[in-house]
Each structure stands twice: as C-alpha cells, then as structure tokens.
Design a protein around this ligand. Structure first.
Ligand SMILES: NC(=O)C1=CN([C@@H]2O[C@H](COP(=O)(O)OP(=O)(O)OC[C@H]3O[C@@H](n4cnc5c(N)ncnc54)[C@H](OP(=O)(O)O)[C@@H]3O)[C@@H](O)[C@H]2O)[C@@H](O)CC1
Ligand SMILES: Nc1ncnc2c1ncn2[C@@H]1O[C@H](COP(=O)(O)OP(=O)(O)OP(=O)(O)O)[C@@H](O)[C@H]1O
Length: 404
C-alpha cells in the first residue's frame, strides 16, 4: 500500500516536471518572439531618428546579432556584454544618466526597470528557480559578514544561499541561522575543486565578505574565480575579494559579468593599482568611470554618501535616503542583495530592461534597497541600529520600493 502510494507520488512529480518543462519551453519561445519584435521596432525607431536628426551618434541597437544568442548559462541575450560589439541605443540611454540635475523622473524610470526584473511568484515554480547564491567568505575572525550577505540574499527572495567558509567559521555561521547551507571548505587543501563541484548549481557567486587576507585563502579565492569565469557565472566581488583584485587585477579584468563593490578605501586601492595615481576626489564621476574602463568595463559600485555606479559607459548615482548611521556590515547586505538582483536582471532578458546593461540595473536596485533598509531601521532604532536591524527591514523595504 505504502509502496503504491510512494510510486504514485513519484509518477505525479515526474508528470508535474514534464508539464513544467513544456510550459517553460513555450514561455521561452514567447519571450524570444517578443524580443525579436521589440528589436525590430527599435531598429525602425533608430532609422527614423537617424533620418530626422543629423546627430551621427544615434545608432540603432546591434544586439540582435546571432552571436549574442549563444550564451553560457541559458540566460537571455543580456549576459553577453562585450563592449567592443555592444553599442547601446543612445535614444534609450537618457533615462539612465542619473545626475543631480535630473532626479525625480529618471529615478522613477530606473526603479521601473528594477521592478520589471523581479520574477513573478507562482505555484508552478520549484525550489531554486528564484535564485541559488553562493557566498565565498567567512574565517575565524569574521563570521558576521558572510552571514549578513547570505541571509540578505534569502530575504530578498533567493531560494537557497550557500556559504563556503573556513573550517573554523562554519559551525559559528550555522549557529546563526538554520536557513543557510554552510560548507567548511575554504581552507581545505582541495578548496577549489570542492567549491567547483557546486558551481553548476549556483546562479551567482559573491566573493569576499569576511574572507580574510591569508595568502592561502586568497589563492583559493583566485582559483574559484577562475572556475566561475570559465562557467560564465556572474560574480560580485566585495571586501577581501577586492583586496585580492587590487593585488592582481588581471584575475577579473575584462570579465563583464562581474560587479565590484568597493568602499572608499577599497576604491582607492583599486584605482591606484590600475591607474598608477591617487583618486581624483574632486571628480568622483570621472574616477569611477575611468576605473571601470581600466578594468575592461566591469560594473563598479563606489559606495558612500552617494553610491556611484558605472560600467565605463554611464554613471548612475543612487542617493536614495538612508541615514547617518555607519555600523559595519551594510556593505555585506548590499553584496548579498546584489547577488540575487544580478541573477534576476540577467534572467529577465533585455526586453524587460530596455536593452540596458543588466548589471547596472541590478546595482541600482541593490543600492536603493540597502539605503531604504538603513532608513527604515534608523527610524526605529536611531543610534543603536545595527545591520541585523537593517536585515529585518529587507522585506518591507523591498515591497515599498519595488512592489507597490
Ligand atoms: N561583523 C563582521 O563580521 C564584519 C566583517 N567585516 C569584514 O571585515 C573585513 C575587513 O573589512 P574592512 O572594511 O574593515 O577593511 P578595509 O576596507 O581595509 O577598511 C579598513 C579601514 O579602512 C578605513 N575605511 C573604511 N571605509 C572607509 C571609508 N568609507 N572612508 C575612509 N576610511 C575608511 C577604516 O580605517 P579607520 O578609520 O579605522 O582608521 C577601516 O577600518 C572584511 O572581510 C569584511 O567583510 C565587515 O564586513 C564588517 C562586518
Ligand atoms: N556617508 C554615507 N552616507 C550615507 N550612506 C552611506 C555612507 N557611506 C556608506 N553608506 C551606505 O552604506 C552602504 C555600504 O557602504 P560602506 O562604505 O559602509 O561599505 P563597507 O565598508 O564595504 O561595509 P562593510 O561594513 O559591510 O564592510 C553604501 O552602499 C551606502 O548605502
């Protein structure tokens, strides 16, 4: 009797997944057709505008070329951001140039793009579809940072969050939360292959929170980045991951599926390593733009009083209201939320984000969310606010910004 029941359950489950696969194939085809239609319209629009204006820089988008179709991880076109072949439609670029002089409307435009990439919640989905995020970090000294990043990823809406840390840190991190999957492998002699086994099951890697700066661990992180790059995995690099990049920029230079999230100190280190001169503090926009270009158009978020985001082409400014409270761990919250939003922005495809750079859209979403959490928590706790208080606000902050 029990066996029959179990068999029936297995059959039902198989049927469900078969049905789900067919449904997803149909949905893929529909999106593909929609995308092609939109690209044709954009091309027509570009031609019309070219006819109307003598401005030679108004080029029609070239993103529908077949080379963009072959992608590494079954994301839509937006994954392949080779700036040498990608000429974004300047007509659509304006709403992205967030400068202090044109705030409100532009802000709304980019918020709308973030809203567009949020995946719908339906009963047809299975665990994992809304995001599986890996955090590389956590050592004896720093167990809070990887926890903050990993739990934020879950609270933003990822289904699974896995931490790859040193042996010392693992039990401590597990004891903070039963929601996290924790692998004590980062100081293992075979750390790179231990993590590599999991990479095909992850959507984004966040590298650095609480990782520490021991040579052996940094070597392992380097090996993990190489593996992730070879699989086309999106990578967010923060904290000690940025220390590593400042020593050896070539590890990530030119990999446009990465986002770097430096604070002021980390930015200065990277800038000096890449441009061999101190940061020009009177020209922050120019500095972030130049660093991104020097890194091969990788998206960079320079965190601070205003978060500056650049892919070497554009500079976005996120000055959403936060607070003057600067407790440690806010950057970890940003990195965890960014891990999820990057995956969603890539998954959504170019039509949902007006063919703009998905990494910019994700970065703007994560910065706004971090600042909104800060603002809400500060309203409640004032000076005693901590990053844990901000994490408790993720759900309501997310709804307020993106789902109302
Ligand atoms: N609970 C945990 O487990 C947490 C663990 N964390 C983990 O700690 C690790 C090291 O990260 P980190 O940020 O302390 O290192 P780094 O960037 O070298 O800064 C060193 C010094 O630079 C300065 N400084 C910093 N920002 C500045 C600014 N905006 N403007 C100006 N100066 C600035 C400041 O110097 P000070 O003012 O103290 O002289 C600061 O002390 C890393 O793994 C991280 O993930 C954190 O995530 C927090 C929560
Ligand atoms: N001066 C500031 N005014 C307002 N908000 C700020 C300021 N500095 C930082 N923030 C906010 O805090 C976020 C994290 O930036 P921060 O410089 O604290 O990162 P971090 O040092 O890497 O953090 P962590 O403590 O996690 O290592 C920024 O994205 C921004 O939202």
């Amino acid at each position: 009797m029990m066996e029959r029941f179990l068999q029936q359950s297995v059959d039902a489950e198989e049927k469900f997944y078969k049905y789900e696969e067919q449904r997803l194939q149909i949905e893929d085809k529909r999106r593909e057709a929609e995308h092609t239609r939109e690209m044709q319209m954009l091309q027509m629009l570009g031609q019309m505008l070219n006819g109307l204006s003598s401005a030679s820089q108004m080029t029609a988008p070239s993103r529908s070329s077949p080379s963009h179709k072959a992608n590494l991880r079954n994301y839509p076109d937006s994954l392949h951001l080779n700036h040498s072949t990608f000429s974004p439609p300047i007509v659509l670029e304006r709403p992205f140039s967030l400068r202090p002089t044109r705030p409100a409307k532009d802000m709304e435009n980019i918020f709308q793009l973030v809203r567009n990439v949020i995946p719908p919640m339906t009963s047809k989905k299975h665990k994992g579809q809304d995001g599986k995020i890996g955090i590389i970090g956590g050592c004896k000294e720093y167990t809070g940072a990887p926890y903050f990043a990993a739990i934020t990823a879950l609270k933003v809406g990822a289904d699974l969050s896995q931490v790859f840390c040193t042996k010392d840190a693992a039990t401590v991190i597990k004891s903070y939360s039963p929601e996290l999957i924790v692998h004590p492998v980062l100081d293992h002699p075979n750390a790179v292959s231990e993590v590599d086994k999991w990479l095909p099951r992850l959507h984004t890697l966040v590298i650095g929170p609480g990782m520490g700066r021991e040579d052996a661990i940094l070597d392992n992180a380097k090996g993990i980045i190489e593996k992730a790059k070879s699989k086309g995995l999106p990578i967010v690099i923060d904290a000690d991951g940025l220390w590593l990049i400042a020593q050896q920029p070539s590890i990530i230079q030119g990999y446009q599926r990465a986002v770097l999230t430096p604070n002021f100190m980390e930015f200065s280190r990277l800038y000096e390593a890449m441009l061999s001169e101190p940061v020009e503090t009177s020209d922050q926009h120019g500095s972030v733009l130049r660093l991104s270009q020097a890194m091969g158009n990788i998206t960079i978020i320079q965190k601070g009083e205003r978060d500056l985001i650049s892919d070497g082409d554009k500079v976005l400014v996120c000055s959403h209201e936060g607070s003057s409270r600067r407790c440690g761990g806010q950057g970890d919250l940003l990195a965890g939320s960014l891990g999820v939003l990057v995956h969603w922005a890539l998954l959504a495809g170019p039509e949902k984000i007006n063919a703009q750079n998905p990494f910019l859209v994700a970065a703007f979403g994560a910065c706004s969310l971090t600042r909104q959490c800060n603002h809400q928590a500060f309203q409640k706790y004032g000076r005693s606010m901590t990053t844990s208080d901000m994490i408790s606000e993720v759900g309501t902050a997310f709804n307020k910004l993106f789902e109302t």
